[in-house]
Ligand binder design. Sequence first.
Ligand code: SF4
Length: 178
Amino acid sequence: MTVLDHVIEIAKDAGFDTAVPLDPKTIVLHEEVREMCAEGKCKAYGKNWTCPPACGDLDHCRSVVEKYSGGVIVQTIGQLEDSMDYEAMMETSSRHKANFMKFAENVLSAYPGSLCLGAGGCTVCEKCNYPEPCRFPEKAFSSMEGYGMLVSEVCKENDVPYYYGQNTIAFVGCCLFG
Ligand code: SF4
């Protein structure tokens, strides 16, 4: 079994609805995405070790991403009753977080040094300890957006949908290895 097939198997076992190959060469890191983080709408900018600026500037993120030769995109897809179905959105978000933590733990155990990026900053602690030392560095993962990725673009470039139709929501993460 190849590393790619193994990581996809780990993703499926973790509970993701979708796990497909990601070619790291398709990844473009955008200053504009980081500028959206800096607007502070999610209130994590400058307050969480896994978010900008603490996760490193874009040059640092590029130097990390460029190291890898393979990858996988993972998705958790939720069905909503309507566009205001906040409960189903939160349930899908929780499911994605649980899937991601299991996935990242198993990938890093099999392939140490891999880069796992989730959806949104780390929420392991009720309040991040930033700027004091991270309490659980082994559980703290940055997000694709935090690294400057436009998630819809990464999905498109790798032939996987980002939008699954009316009254659906998709949470996306990825892993780079090799
Ligand atoms: S584990 Fe806690 S301290 Fe570390 S980044 Fe996550 S929320 Fe912050």
